[in-house]
Design a protein around this ligand. Structure first.
Ligand code: PLP
Length: 450
């Protein structure tokens, strides 16, 4: 990273620099999640409330990562904190069923249209892994259809084709055995004819899709496409899985499936599901979920242990969060803030003659640089006609680091080239964020990035 941004960043975040030096002695690259890596170093956080994190230096930072998407209600929502504190005194693991896990599942089934039965996991990655295994057991087929650029967690069967650059001739990934690729069929997003042909040729067990498009809508998919997937999969007996790990309880209290009125056969959930604590679930049609049951209709059971499945702390946080989300108001509030921010950013980019645009839908905002076309003034607009090779290309990581560091200098933390709002983001936060982008563009220009 070149000098102005780096110098100011090092001055402002001195303690984070020291902690990075310590972290590097313990963690590869000093981080515990790839996405948190930043140059010259990441900012360490001491505590957080509402929309704002406080860095170890005491600087407030408006947060658009919102717990990797898990904090629709913002940080440390009092109702969630109280529910967890109360449960903490009662016990954190009973090695037994408990009433709260049933209440948690009741809420999910009331809110998510496809949820007839629930199985809790510890993460979204575990939920998508389970979804494939259930689909294979039930259908007796092996192949799985996924879209280029759709992220479903980091396990061997779905991580291929999740990250740009995309080479349709080679989906191998370091450390993933080639056997894991044998039953994976990867197709370009956005074209129902391509999907129909892949189903005809490969006769897959299932099709899995990020419900608003790859990388939470970086390459958007809209209602009509999802309805098309529903029609095609139903027609050909392919199990349709919506990965709603991010969109579930975010875009709408019932997830994208409720917003679109398109019901898949199974759904993977995590993040908001557990109110900001670890947790995930596979939910779906009772006959499919029967694959996990003892003495089931299939005569062979899918084994599923997992020490912390349905644990009382996550259940307490999840119930408290879902109770607040059920009336959809937090989703509406977050959606409104994001829409306002998209509009304001596009106005700013035009004023500053920056060839950037902000686009997206619901509470998700994506920034596209090097874009000279018309800027969207409605959420219907999809830049580059939705071409994934342009919307989800591998950019220069050093440019991304400079962008994020420049924004952090203005008190805003952005999730790579995207951001998500929570119901705790205020109009004042939006003002501060627009000012931070204004300053960041100047800083990036000063360092010759743009
Ligand atoms: C759409 C989607 N699916 C699955 C996952 C994996 O979830 P987890 O990080 O809980 O394993 C993620 C994580 O960001 C995701 O965005």
């Amino acid at each position: 990273m070149s000098s102005i941004i780096t110098t100011r960043f090092e001055e402002r975040f001195g303690k984070s620099r020291e902690l990075t030096a310590r972290a590097q002695q313990r963690f590869p690259s000093g981080v515990t999640h790839d996405g948190r890596y930043l140059e010259p170093f990441p900012v360490f956080v001491d505590h957080a409330a509402g929309s704002t994190k406080i860095s170890v230096e005491g600087h407030p930072i408006i947060d658009y990562w919102v717990g990797h998407g898990s904090l629709l209600l913002g940080h440390s929502h009092p109702a969630v904190v109280k529910a967890v504190q109360d449960q903490m005194t009662k016990g954190t693991h009973f090695s037994a069923g408990h009433e709260l896990e049933i209440e948690w599942a009741d809420r999910i089934c009331q809110m998510v249209p496809s949820a007839e039965r629930v199985r809790f996991t510890n993460s979204g990655t575990e939920a998508t892994l389970m979804a494939l295994r259930v689909a294979r057991l039930v259908s007796g087929k092996r192949k799985v259809l996924k879209f280029i650029g759709h992220f479903h967690g980091w396990h061997d069967f779905l991580v291929p084709a999740a990250y740009a650059p995309y080479d349709p001739n080679d989906w191998s990934m370091p450390g993933v055995p080639s056997g894991a690729l044998e039953d994976l069929v990867v197709i370009a997003p956005g074209n129902l004819d391509v999907v129909a042909e892949a189903i005809r040729v490969h006769q897959p067990a299932c099709l899995i899709v990020e419900a608003t498009g790859g990388h939470w809508g970086t390459v958007p998919m809209r209602r009509e496409f999802m309805q098309g997937l529903r029609d095609l999969t139903k027609q050909h007996g392919v199990i349709l899985i919506f990965d709603e790990v991010i969109t579930g309880f975010r875009v709408h209290a019932g997830g994208a499936q409720a917003a679109y009125d398109v019901t898949p056969d199974m759904t993977t959930l995590a993040k908001i599901l557990a109110g900001g604590l670890p947790g995930g679930a596979l939910v779906g049609r009772a006959d499919l979920m029967d694959a996990i049951a003892f003495n089931n209709q299939y005569g062979r059971k899918m084994r599923h242990p997992g020490t912390f499945n349905g644990n009382p702390l996550s259940a307490a946080a999840g119930c408290a969060a879902l109770d607040l989300i059920a009336n959809n108001q937090p989703c509406d509030a977050a959606n409104r803030s994001a829409q306002e921010l998209r509009l304001r950013l596009n106005t700013l980019f035009a004023e500053k003659h920056a060839n950037w645009c902000a686009y997206g839908d619901f509470s998700m905002i994506h920034i596209l640089t090097g874009f000279d076309g018309p800027r969207p003034d409605t959420d219907d607009f999809i830049p580059h006609g939705g071409d994934y090779t342009k919307l989800d290309a591998k950019g220069d990581p050093k440019f991304l680091y400079a962008f994020r560091a420049a924004l952090l200098l203005g008190g805003v933390d952005w999730f790579a080239w995207g951001g998500m709002t929570s119901s705790a983001h205020t109009p004042q936060d939006i003002d501060t964020t627009v000012a931070a982008f204004d300053q960041a563009i100047d800083l990036l220009r000063g360092d010759d990035w743009i």
